[in-house]
Design a protein around this ligand. Structure first.
Ligand SMILES: Cc1cc2nc3c(=O)[nH]c(=O)nc-3n(C[C@H](O)[C@H](O)[C@H](O)COP(=O)(O)OP(=O)(O)OC[C@H]3O[C@@H](n4cnc5c(N)ncnc54)[C@H](O)[C@@H]3O)c2cc1C
Length: 547
């Protein structure tokens, strides 16, 4: 996969510099909350956002079918009494348009846009060892200076494309799902090729198949796909939620991943075969990730239990497909949950029964080239009027790697992380003082049900930023020993889990040329937040504070 090309700074704009207590990069769900928090503390803060609107993921991924896999009510902000009182989610799993409206509304209520610099991408930032400030250079030519920088650049925000030549030569329409245009894209009477069957591919494929003249799906690896079981939310459910949202919030803060669903401590071995089947069917009828994180504990820890549940799913898949050979192609061989599990809206597999849809496995016959008229694999040419790249992201590190970040002694973050990231608590890196990360590698700040995982760390960063500002602290950065300890802990946690048995973006395996290194952190959310609190209570243990 190749990365996006960054636009060059606009030479027509004369550089100007503004100085702030803190700059937040990114106006997604995390950046907006951080802006709110820092403003509440009376700090002088500016947000720099590449897009022209707020919402991050929900601003960029406007492809048809884009939707949450977290239940809407669990994904919302809980800090905003106004939104809790007045916002009615229409579906259990909201779609992109509703989410974009939601974040727009939050920005309206709190008048957030006045502190956001839109259509401005940070291309480089350098730490000044004399002033202890960061200087940020943007693609508009405008520069900014701040004592503290919070990067809220997103864990899944840096799109990647197939690492083959010819993309620029294609004469038809080409779109990445994460850079979808605001104007409607029509597939009617067109030959469409979708590259990728990950989360976005699974969501967009049925939408395209409904109207395209012909759809070819290029699949490298099949994924386990479970039904969302989405539906409209009834008014009485919303009324009920209004009375018990503090209770819901508390519950979500205390599940392993911040989701509604948490591990069932009763293992499969405690059930009779009939009871176990009943247990599986009950989960299957439930919402979203109940079929992943809400399963009996051994499904995600014991290979035999895992294979048993996987076979239950495989049988569900077979029943939906007319051609057993297509079923064999679509049923994964890997353990259930070693790679992220995808969600569908009840019509994904049926698409492959349609006459206008062809599934082409490309693991053994890889894409060689994008041509002016389509895509060439080793064995065939596929004509296309439209190519849709559902090829995913350089997760956790991608957005940070695309900024030239230079810390103490001229060291760049990119170079630092060439063999894999090292952080302390996923919030800071030694040698990069006063730079805090959310949704970067090795932190809980984005992995899981993202807003729930991010809120604790964002509040912690805001508190420390206030301390730095009010106490005129020069530098805060991790002690390298604490960083090494945390990195070891991140690897130990990962290696003890099933995810280590799979190839996935959690290890950067989807980015060719990248050394396999763990970029996520799959430890428990409540333990992580409690650790942050303990560190703060112990005078920021593990951090070096220079006054
Ligand atoms: C299709 C899709 C569906 C998802 N569904 C779920 C879900 O159901 N549940 C869940 O928990 N998570 C989901 N996620 C993960 C999702 O990314 C998070 O839920 C959430 O959006 C993270 O918020 P954030 O603010 O940290 O990052 P983002 O929402 O990614 O926002 C980051 C922002 O930073 C900006 N930015 C990045 N680099 C720069 C730069 N150099 N200069 C200026 N601006 C920059 C970007 O433009 C973007 O607006 C999904 C992700 C995708 C892609």
């Amino acid at each position: 996969m190749t990365t996006e090309t960054l636009p060059a700074p606009d030479a027509d704009h004369a550089p100007t510099t503004d100085r702030y207590d803190a700059i937040v990069i990114g106006a997604g769900p995390a950046g907006l909350y951080e802006l709110y928090l820092l403003r509440q503390k009376g700090l002088d803060v500016r947000v720099i956002e590449a897009g022209s609107g707020v919402g991050g993921t929900w601003y960029w991924n406007r492809y048809p079918g884009c939707r949450l896999h977290s239940e809407s009510v669990t994904y919302q902000y809980f800090f905003s009494e106004e939104m809790l009182a007045h916002w009615d989610w229409s579906e259990v799993f909201a779609g992109q348009p509703e989410l974009e409206r939601y974040f727009d509304k939050v920005a309206d209520i709190y008048d957030l846009r006045r502190d956001i610099e839109f259509e401005t991408r940070v291309v480089s930032m350098t730490f000044d060892e004399d002033t202890d400030d960061w200087t940020l250079v943007t693609d508009t030519g405008k520069t900014f200076t701040a004592h503290v920088v919070v990067s809220a650049t997103g864990m899944l925000s840096a799109p990647i494309y197939p690492d083959v030549p010819g993309r620029e030569s294609f004469r038809g329409e080409a779109y990445h799902t994460a850079r979808w245009p605001k104007d409607e894209v029509s597939f009617a009477n067109k030959k469409v090729v979708v590259v990728g069957t990950g989360s976005s591919g699974v969501q967009i494929i049925p939408q395209i198949a409904a109207t395209a003249d012909h759809l070819t799906v290029l699949m490298r690896t099949p994924n386990w796909v479970i039904p969302l079981n989405n539906r409209a939310i009834e008014q009485d459910e919303l009324t009920d939620l209004r009375t018990r949202w503090p209770e819901l919030h508390e519950k979500l803060k205390n599940t392993t991943g911040g989701f509604l669903h948490d591990v069932d401590p009763t293992p499969t071995t405690s059930y009779s075969p009939e009871e176990l089947l009943e247990r599986y069917e009950k989960a299957w009828a439930g919402t979203g990730f109940t079929k992943w994180f809400g399963m009996p504990v051994d499904v995600l820890t014991d290979e035999k239990a895992n294979r048993h549940f996987a076979e239950f799913i495989a049988e569900k898949v077979r029943r939906r497909l007319a051609d057993p050979k297509i079923a064999d192609l679509l049923i994964p061989q890997h353990l259930y949950g070693v790679k992220p599990v995808e969600c569908e809206s009840g019509n994904y597999y049926e698409v492959y029964n349609q006459d206008n849809v062809e599934l082409v496995p490309v693991a053994q016959d890889p894409i060689q080239e994008i041509t002016p008229t389509g895509i060439r694999t080793g064995s065939r040419e596929i004509d296309a009027d439209v190519i849709v790249f559902a090829t995913g992201f350089e997760a956790f590190v991608g957005a940070l790697n695309r900024i030239e970040i230079t810390g103490v002694g001229g060291r760049t973050l990119r170079k630092n992380w060439a063999d894999g990231p090292e952080t302390y608590l996923g919030v800071q890196v030694a040698g990069f003082p006063n730079l805090f990360m959310i949704g970067g590698p090795h932190g809980k700040g984005g992995h899981g049900n993202s807003p729930r995982c991010a809120e604790g760390p964002l509040e912690w960063i805001a508190d420390l930023t206030e301390k730095i500002t009010t106490e005129s602290i020069k530098r805060v950065e991790p002690d390298p020993r604490a960083q090494a300890e945390w990195t070891k802990h991140v690897y130990e946690t990962g290696n003890a889990s099933f995810v280590a048995k799979g190839k996935s973006y959690l290890f950067g395996d989807n980015v060719p040329g990248r050394k396999r290194a763990y970029v996520a952190y799959i430890g428990s959310l409540p333990e992580f937040v409690s650790r942050l609190r303990t560190v703060a209570a112990n005078d920021y243990e593990g951090f070096v504070i220079t006054r």
